[in-house]
Structure formats: C-alpha cells, structure tokens
Design a protein. Sequence first.
Length: 168
Amino acid sequence: MSDKELGHDFRQAMRQMAGSVCVITADDGQERTGLAATSVVSVSMDPPELLVSVNRSSSSWPVLEKAGRFGINVLNCSQQHVAENFSGKGGVRGAERYANDDWTQTAEGVWLSHKALAVFACEVEKVVEHRQHALIVGKVFFIETLPGDSPLTYWQGQYGSFASLSSV
C-alpha cells in the first residue's frame, strides 16, 4: 500500500470514530481564541488530568502555547453553532469565535461556557510535540457539570447527538 493510499484509508477509518465535540479555549492576556476538538482524553484520575491534541499549524496554537492554561467545554447538542465558530467555519477567528454563547472567565483567566454539559479548567502540565501536533496534558483545577441535553457528537464529517439504545 502506498503512503498516499495509507493516508486516505487512515482518514476514512478515523471518520468511523464518533466523538464528543469539545471546544478548547485559551487566552494569553492579549489574545483570546480556541478550537473545536474531538481529541480529548482522560490521562489520570489522581490528580485529574486531560490530554488534548492540537495541530501546531492551527491559528490557536500560538495562544495555547503561551497561555499556560486552557478550558475544555463539552458541548451539548444545541451548541453546533459554537462548534462551527471554533472550527473556523466562515473564516471566524480569535475572539469572534465566542459569539452567540454564554461565557464566563475563571479568576485564572480560563473561558468556560455556561451552556456546556461539562467544563474543565486546566493548567498545562506537559507538552509533547509529535510530528505536526502538540499533545497537551492539562492538570484540572476546576470542574463543573451542568444540566443539559445530549452531547454534540461528530461522525463521518457530520454533527449529531447520542441516543440510548434503550430509547430506540
């Protein structure tokens, strides 16, 4: 199999992995931005740590790299517009990505959505640069779980939501 074929097949296979849509937020004191991500992973329970994978060519990477802290917002199914803003749809960049949602800032400067299902504020613990990505391990210092609808999911290039098999 050629590298080109392998790359194509890899992308197609990865599209089979449904994921919860999260928004990663960052503010370095001069610029506020963020990105949409399905690549958020729990690393440790004690202490609580999460890992996010960020493409270093992303416009948000320089701010994340400088900020030292970041937020993870687990979006609910009514927040597709937020995911689209943070994915840069329509050329939306920087602080414009925060439009049309209800945000608050922690005392430490981390932006969190009042409408998300769960929010985490993290201190950067470690960054591992691997190929074109930065794997960022964040030590969680604030968590809030909020009531809401089903989570927003992403599968096969489309947004959706979770439905329990017992309700089908």
